[in-house]
Design a protein around this ligand. Structure first.
Ligand code: AQP
Length: 330
């Protein structure tokens, strides 16, 4: 079975439809055919401003949401990154293999540091920790959205470089990016990626929104002055984004949707999509609440996941330690 690993940051109270369609839906699908490791990456979350209590709570809510979406702890290891100390240990080694110029080319760092009052070294080295996350598990495939492609490329370069210098140590991973939903756009500003830290709350459909809020956001999505439901990312980014969301959640194709709404304007189209979104995502909030209500059971799932993760991670770390000439971890 191929090994699959991915992570998500607990940087908001709820994930959004972009996280879901870009990555989390693939997490759930892949757990049947692969040996999957999924984690809430709280170490990454402290690279931007955070409140300790809020971070802790968000990590729990994140784990509960993943379970509510269908991540099955019987099939995959679900864990919180801070419970597996091997991650920063391998990141240190990989940092010594990363060129300063190479790290400086990461566009996510440029974007995120521009939004922060104070930029930390942690935000700069974030992609190196992400490389460690992936390489520790001898990962074959990493289901992510398009925004992570450059970090995946760095991870591959580091794995190849380390293997060349020290001998075969890491599997070189492949990104698993679903083209149609690789970048879901902000509903209010469809030129921009939908983001948890998005400036416009109306542009972001959260998985824990009330169904009526979801409907409202879809119905008020920015479109254009034509009245034609047609896929054209360049000239009709808003409508094209809605078509991508509709096709993915409604299990249909863009061609079929274009035919169905030909000559009918945007009102019907948005109204129907609003129902599709509310029907498919509406039940997630109640399921998340159920997982949150049983604290002991949630902790048990996460501890078991972290134990399973450590077994794999510690083996890889010991190998890397030996290769670079360190004393073994005791
Ligand atoms: N708009 C998106 N379309 C498709 N995929 C997306 N992802 C994020 N936004 C979109 C994918 O979701 C996974 C988890 O993302 P993350 O938590 O690691 O952080 P992010 O990419 O930084 O997500 P956000 O929403 O943009 O959060 P903030 O505002 O905190 O930076 C990843 O696989 C990502 O590709």
């Amino acid at each position: 079975k191929p090994r699959v690993l991915s992570g998500i940051q607990p940087t908001s109270d709820s994930f959004h439809i972009g996280n879901y369609l870009g990555a989390l839906r693939q997490w759930v699908a892949l757990q049947d055919t692969s040996d999957a490791f999924y984690m809430v990456v709280d170490l990454h979350a402290i690279t931007v401003d955070h409140e300790p209590k809020v971070l802790h709570q968000r990590s729990r809510v994140s784990a509960a949401q993943l379970l509510a979406l269908g991540v099955d702890p019987e099939k995959s290891a679900l864990f919180v990154q801070s419970q597996v100390p091997e991650h920063p240990m391998l990141a240190w080694i990989l940092g010594a293999e990363t060129g300063f110029g190479e790290a400086s080319r990461m566009t996510q760092f440029k974007d995120k540091s521009a939004k922060q009052e104070r930029t930390t070294v942690g935000l700069f080295t974030y992609p190196i920790l992400q490389a460690a996350d992936i390489l520790l598990y001898q990962t074959d495939q990493v289901p992510v959205g398009e925004d992570q492609r450059q970090h995946l490329e760095l991870t591959r370069d580091l794995a190849i470089r380390f293997n060349t210098t020290y001998g075969q140590t890491f599997i070189v991973p492949e990104p698993h990016i679903v083209k149609e939903t690789a970048t879901i756009k902000d509903l209010a500003e469809p030129e921009k990626k939908m983001s948890k830290s998005s400036a416009s709350p109306r542009g972001c459909v959260y998985l824990l929104d009330e169904p009526n809020q979801m409907r409202k956001k879809i119905k008020s999505a920015v479109t254009d002055s034509e009245a034609e439901v047609r896929y054209d990312v360049e000239h009709k980014p808003g409508v094209s984004n809605l078509l991508n969301i509709y096709a993915a959640l409604g299990n249909t194709t863009i061609e079929k949707l274009e035919a169905e709404y030909a000559g009918r304007g945007y009102g019907d189209f948005k109204g129907d999509l609003a129902e599709v979104v509310a029907d498919s995502l509406g039940p997630i909030a109640a399921r998340t609440k159920e997982y949150l209500a049983d604290k002991a059971e949630l902790d048990r799932i996460l501890t078991a996941g972290a134990e399973k993760a450590r077994q794999v991670a510690s083996r890889t770390l010991a190998k890397a330690y030996k290769k670079v000439g360190f004393y073994p971890p005791v």
